[in-house]
Write a protein of this length. Structure first.
Ligand SMILES: Nc1ncnc2c1ncn2[C@@H]1O[C@H](COP(=O)(O)OP(=O)(O)OP(=O)(O)O)[C@@H](O)[C@H]1O
Ligand SMILES: O=c1ccn([C@@H]2O[C@H](COP(=O)(O)O)[C@@H](O)[C@H]2O)c(=O)[nH]1
Length: 238
Protein backbone atom coordinates (compact mmCIF):
# COMPACT_ATOMS: atom_id res chain seq x y z
CA UNK A 1 0.00 0.00 0.00
CA UNK A 2 1.25 3.53 -0.81
CA UNK A 3 2.73 5.31 2.18
CA UNK A 4 2.38 9.01 3.14
CA UNK A 5 5.40 11.13 2.26
CA UNK A 6 4.58 13.59 5.07
CA UNK A 7 4.32 12.84 8.78
CA UNK A 8 3.02 16.24 9.92
CA UNK A 9 1.21 18.85 7.83
CA UNK A 10 -0.49 22.20 8.33
CA UNK A 11 -3.72 22.38 6.36
CA UNK A 12 -5.13 25.85 5.59
CA UNK A 13 -8.84 25.64 4.88
CA UNK A 14 -10.48 28.57 3.16
CA UNK A 15 -13.47 29.83 5.12
CA UNK A 16 -15.31 30.47 1.87
CA UNK A 17 -14.92 26.79 0.97
CA UNK A 18 -17.24 25.96 3.91
CA UNK A 19 -20.14 27.88 2.31
CA UNK A 20 -20.74 25.29 -0.40
CA UNK A 21 -23.23 26.90 -2.77
CA UNK A 22 -24.69 29.17 -0.07
CA UNK A 23 -24.19 32.94 -0.15
CA UNK A 24 -22.38 32.88 3.21
CA UNK A 25 -22.20 30.87 6.43
CA UNK A 26 -21.46 27.22 7.08
CA UNK A 27 -22.94 24.51 4.85
CA UNK A 28 -23.06 21.34 6.92
CA UNK A 29 -22.86 18.92 3.99
CA UNK A 30 -19.83 20.72 2.62
CA UNK A 31 -18.12 20.65 6.01
CA UNK A 32 -18.85 16.93 6.35
CA UNK A 33 -17.35 16.25 2.92
CA UNK A 34 -14.20 18.18 3.85
CA UNK A 35 -13.95 16.31 7.16
CA UNK A 36 -14.05 12.96 5.32
CA UNK A 37 -11.07 14.01 3.22
CA UNK A 38 -9.16 15.00 6.37
CA UNK A 39 -10.17 11.73 8.07
CA UNK A 40 -8.66 9.81 5.17
CA UNK A 41 -5.20 11.22 5.82
CA UNK A 42 -5.53 11.07 9.63
CA UNK A 43 -6.34 7.36 9.27
CA UNK A 44 -3.08 7.00 7.30
CA UNK A 45 -1.22 8.21 10.40
CA UNK A 46 -0.55 11.77 9.22
CA UNK A 47 -0.52 14.42 11.99
CA UNK A 48 -2.76 17.31 10.94
CA UNK A 49 -2.91 20.89 12.22
CA UNK A 50 -5.60 23.07 10.63
CA UNK A 51 -5.86 26.84 10.29
CA UNK A 52 -9.31 27.88 9.20
CA UNK A 53 -10.25 31.10 7.42
CA UNK A 54 -13.26 33.30 8.10
CA UNK A 55 -14.36 34.63 4.71
CA UNK A 56 -17.66 32.68 4.75
CA UNK A 57 -18.89 34.47 7.89
CA UNK A 58 -17.03 37.72 7.47
CA UNK A 59 -18.57 38.22 4.02
CA UNK A 60 -22.03 38.11 5.61
CA UNK A 61 -21.17 40.86 8.08
CA UNK A 62 -19.01 42.93 5.70
CA UNK A 63 -21.61 45.71 5.26
CA UNK A 64 -21.61 46.25 9.03
CA UNK A 65 -17.81 46.40 9.01
CA UNK A 66 -17.75 49.11 6.34
CA UNK A 67 -16.29 52.33 7.69
CA UNK A 68 -15.37 50.57 10.91
CA UNK A 69 -12.00 50.92 12.58
CA UNK A 70 -9.76 48.36 10.77
CA UNK A 71 -8.53 46.65 13.93
CA UNK A 72 -12.09 46.22 15.23
CA UNK A 73 -13.19 44.67 11.93
CA UNK A 74 -10.15 42.38 11.99
CA UNK A 75 -10.98 41.18 15.51
CA UNK A 76 -14.49 40.38 14.23
CA UNK A 77 -12.88 38.44 11.38
CA UNK A 78 -10.77 36.47 13.84
CA UNK A 79 -13.84 35.63 15.93
CA UNK A 80 -15.50 34.36 12.74
CA UNK A 81 -12.65 31.88 12.32
CA UNK A 82 -13.29 30.59 15.86
CA UNK A 83 -16.90 29.82 14.90
CA UNK A 84 -15.64 27.91 11.87
CA UNK A 85 -13.14 26.06 14.05
CA UNK A 86 -15.92 25.00 16.43
CA UNK A 87 -18.14 23.83 13.55
CA UNK A 88 -15.25 21.85 12.11
CA UNK A 89 -14.45 20.25 15.47
CA UNK A 90 -18.08 19.24 15.91
CA UNK A 91 -18.24 17.70 12.43
CA UNK A 92 -14.99 15.84 13.16
CA UNK A 93 -16.42 14.48 16.40
CA UNK A 94 -19.41 13.10 14.48
CA UNK A 95 -17.05 11.50 11.95
CA UNK A 96 -15.00 9.85 14.72
CA UNK A 97 -11.98 12.15 14.38
CA UNK A 98 -10.55 13.45 17.67
CA UNK A 99 -9.92 17.19 17.37
CA UNK A 100 -9.04 20.08 19.67
CA UNK A 101 -9.56 23.80 19.06
CA UNK A 102 -6.91 26.26 20.23
CA UNK A 103 -7.61 29.97 19.93
CA UNK A 104 -5.05 32.74 19.47
CA UNK A 105 -7.51 35.09 21.22
CA UNK A 106 -8.38 34.41 24.84
CA UNK A 107 -11.96 33.09 24.97
CA UNK A 108 -11.48 30.29 27.44
CA UNK A 109 -15.19 29.55 27.87
CA UNK A 110 -15.31 28.28 24.29
CA UNK A 111 -11.80 27.19 23.34
CA UNK A 112 -8.48 26.52 25.01
CA UNK A 113 -5.73 29.05 24.37
CA UNK A 114 -3.02 28.43 21.81
CA UNK A 115 -0.13 26.73 23.59
CA UNK A 116 2.49 25.45 21.18
CA UNK A 117 3.75 22.56 23.33
CA UNK A 118 0.25 21.34 24.02
CA UNK A 119 -0.65 21.53 20.34
CA UNK A 120 2.38 19.40 19.47
CA UNK A 121 1.43 16.87 22.16
CA UNK A 122 -2.09 16.58 20.73
CA UNK A 123 -0.63 16.02 17.26
CA UNK A 124 1.65 13.29 18.59
CA UNK A 125 -1.41 11.66 20.16
CA UNK A 126 -3.05 11.57 16.72
CA UNK A 127 -5.53 14.38 17.44
CA UNK A 128 -6.24 17.05 14.85
CA UNK A 129 -5.52 20.54 16.20
CA UNK A 130 -7.67 23.34 14.79
CA UNK A 131 -6.08 26.75 15.27
CA UNK A 132 -8.73 29.47 15.54
CA UNK A 133 -8.46 33.28 15.58
CA UNK A 134 -5.62 33.43 13.06
CA UNK A 135 -2.46 34.94 14.50
CA UNK A 136 -4.46 36.78 17.19
CA UNK A 137 -3.34 40.10 15.67
CA UNK A 138 -5.19 42.52 13.40
CA UNK A 139 -3.69 43.45 10.02
CA UNK A 140 -2.82 39.80 9.34
CA UNK A 141 -4.64 36.97 7.54
CA UNK A 142 -5.27 33.31 8.19
CA UNK A 143 -2.82 32.49 5.35
CA UNK A 144 -0.11 34.12 7.45
CA UNK A 145 -1.43 32.25 10.51
CA UNK A 146 -1.09 29.01 8.52
CA UNK A 147 2.52 29.80 7.64
CA UNK A 148 3.24 30.77 11.26
CA UNK A 149 1.60 27.75 12.90
CA UNK A 150 3.09 25.48 10.24
CA UNK A 151 6.58 26.64 11.14
CA UNK A 152 5.86 26.57 14.89
CA UNK A 153 4.57 22.98 14.92
CA UNK A 154 7.42 21.88 12.65
CA UNK A 155 5.13 20.77 9.83
CA UNK A 156 6.83 19.54 6.67
CA UNK A 157 4.47 21.42 4.36
CA UNK A 158 1.61 23.95 4.33
CA UNK A 159 -1.33 22.61 2.32
CA UNK A 160 -3.54 25.46 1.13
CA UNK A 161 -6.97 24.00 0.37
CA UNK A 162 -8.97 26.45 -1.66
CA UNK A 163 -11.67 26.81 -4.31
CA UNK A 164 -9.30 26.69 -7.29
CA UNK A 165 -7.01 23.80 -8.23
CA UNK A 166 -3.70 25.61 -7.92
CA UNK A 167 -1.88 28.85 -8.62
CA UNK A 168 -2.56 30.49 -11.99
CA UNK A 169 -0.82 33.22 -13.95
CA UNK A 170 -3.79 35.42 -12.92
CA UNK A 171 -6.97 34.91 -10.87
CA UNK A 172 -8.70 32.14 -12.91
CA UNK A 173 -12.11 33.37 -11.72
CA UNK A 174 -11.48 36.70 -13.42
CA UNK A 175 -9.22 35.73 -16.32
CA UNK A 176 -10.30 32.57 -18.20
CA UNK A 177 -7.07 32.62 -20.24
CA UNK A 178 -4.94 32.18 -17.08
CA UNK A 179 -2.82 29.03 -16.99
CA UNK A 180 -1.90 26.92 -13.99
CA UNK A 181 1.62 26.44 -12.65
CA UNK A 182 2.74 22.95 -11.58
CA UNK A 183 5.63 24.54 -9.71
CA UNK A 184 6.46 28.14 -8.90
CA UNK A 185 9.23 29.68 -6.80
CA UNK A 186 8.47 31.88 -3.80
CA UNK A 187 10.21 34.80 -5.48
CA UNK A 188 8.09 34.46 -8.63
CA UNK A 189 4.86 34.14 -6.62
CA UNK A 190 5.75 37.27 -4.63
CA UNK A 191 7.13 39.33 -7.54
CA UNK A 192 4.22 38.51 -9.84
CA UNK A 193 1.75 39.19 -7.02
CA UNK A 194 -0.05 35.87 -7.55
CA UNK A 195 -2.76 36.64 -5.06
CA UNK A 196 -3.82 33.16 -4.00
CA UNK A 197 -1.86 33.78 -0.77
CA UNK A 198 -0.68 37.06 0.68
CA UNK A 199 2.92 38.18 0.45
CA UNK A 200 3.49 37.97 4.23
CA UNK A 201 2.57 34.26 4.19
CA UNK A 202 4.73 33.55 1.13
CA UNK A 203 7.67 35.45 2.65
CA UNK A 204 7.52 33.63 5.99
CA UNK A 205 7.38 30.25 4.23
CA UNK A 206 10.24 31.23 1.93
CA UNK A 207 12.45 32.40 4.81
CA UNK A 208 11.71 29.27 6.86
CA UNK A 209 12.06 26.92 3.84
CA UNK A 210 8.50 25.69 4.27
CA UNK A 211 7.04 24.38 0.97
CA UNK A 212 3.41 25.09 0.10
CA UNK A 213 0.97 23.02 -1.95
CA UNK A 214 -2.13 24.80 -3.30
CA UNK A 215 -5.01 22.53 -4.32
CA UNK A 216 -8.79 22.40 -4.62
CA UNK A 217 -10.68 21.11 -1.58
CA UNK A 218 -13.56 20.32 -3.94
CA UNK A 219 -11.51 17.84 -5.97
CA UNK A 220 -12.17 14.45 -4.40
CA UNK A 221 -8.94 12.68 -3.41
CA UNK A 222 -6.67 15.69 -4.05
CA UNK A 223 -5.56 15.98 -0.42
CA UNK A 224 -4.73 12.27 -0.24
CA UNK A 225 -2.82 12.52 -3.56
CA UNK A 226 -0.54 15.21 -2.14
CA UNK A 227 0.02 13.17 1.01
CA UNK A 228 1.05 10.20 -1.18
CA UNK A 229 3.54 12.38 -3.04
CA UNK A 230 1.60 12.49 -6.30
CA UNK A 231 1.49 15.51 -8.64
CA UNK A 232 -1.49 17.65 -7.64
CA UNK A 233 -2.20 21.37 -7.73
CA UNK A 234 0.73 23.78 -7.54
CA UNK A 235 3.86 23.42 -5.45
CA UNK A 236 5.63 26.55 -4.19
CA UNK A 237 9.26 26.01 -3.26
CA UNK A 238 12.52 27.96 -3.12
N1 LIG B 1 -2.97 33.83 -9.30
C1 LIG B 1 -4.00 33.20 -8.72
N2 LIG B 1 -4.07 31.83 -8.77
C2 LIG B 1 -5.09 31.18 -8.17
N3 LIG B 1 -6.08 31.80 -7.47
C3 LIG B 1 -6.05 33.14 -7.37
C4 LIG B 1 -5.00 33.90 -8.00
N4 LIG B 1 -5.24 35.22 -7.73
C5 LIG B 1 -6.35 35.28 -6.99
N5 LIG B 1 -6.86 34.03 -6.78
C6 LIG B 1 -8.08 33.77 -6.01
O1 LIG B 1 -7.69 33.47 -4.68
C7 LIG B 1 -8.71 32.68 -4.11
C8 LIG B 1 -8.09 31.84 -3.02
O2 LIG B 1 -8.26 32.45 -1.84
P1 LIG B 1 -9.20 31.80 -0.70
O3 LIG B 1 -10.54 32.38 -0.79
O4 LIG B 1 -9.05 30.35 -0.67
O5 LIG B 1 -8.40 32.29 0.48
P2 LIG B 1 -8.63 33.02 1.78
O6 LIG B 1 -8.87 34.46 1.51
O7 LIG B 1 -7.39 32.64 2.50
O8 LIG B 1 -9.87 32.31 2.47
P3 LIG B 1 -11.20 32.86 3.12
O9 LIG B 1 -12.27 32.34 2.25
O10 LIG B 1 -11.25 32.23 4.42
O11 LIG B 1 -11.12 34.36 3.19
C9 LIG B 1 -9.22 31.80 -5.21
O12 LIG B 1 -10.58 31.54 -5.04
C10 LIG B 1 -8.91 32.58 -6.49
O13 LIG B 1 -10.10 33.06 -7.11
O1 LIG C 1 -4.26 36.77 11.99
C1 LIG C 1 -5.33 37.22 11.54
C2 LIG C 1 -6.23 36.43 10.80
C3 LIG C 1 -7.41 36.98 10.36
N1 LIG C 1 -7.72 38.28 10.63
C4 LIG C 1 -9.03 38.84 10.22
O2 LIG C 1 -9.97 37.81 9.98
C5 LIG C 1 -10.49 37.87 8.64
C6 LIG C 1 -10.76 36.50 8.12
O3 LIG C 1 -9.53 35.85 7.77
P1 LIG C 1 -9.22 35.37 6.27
O4 LIG C 1 -7.75 35.09 6.24
O5 LIG C 1 -9.59 36.49 5.32
O6 LIG C 1 -10.04 34.16 6.05
C7 LIG C 1 -9.45 38.68 7.87
O7 LIG C 1 -10.02 39.34 6.77
C8 LIG C 1 -9.00 39.67 8.93
O8 LIG C 1 -9.95 40.69 9.04
C9 LIG C 1 -6.82 39.05 11.33
O9 LIG C 1 -7.07 40.24 11.58
N2 LIG C 1 -5.65 38.50 11.79
Amino acid sequence: MAQPVFKRVLLKLSGEALMGDDAYGINRETVNAIVLQVKEIVDMGVQVGIVIGGGNIFRGIAPAAEGMDRATADYMGMLATVMNAMALQDAMKHAGVAARVQSALNIEAVAEPYIRGKAIRYLEEGKVVIFGAGTGNPFFTTDTAAALRGVEIDAEIVLKATKVDGIYTADPKKDPSATRYDNVSFDEAINKNLKVMDATAFTLCRDQKMPIAVFSIFKQGALKSIILGENEGTRVEA
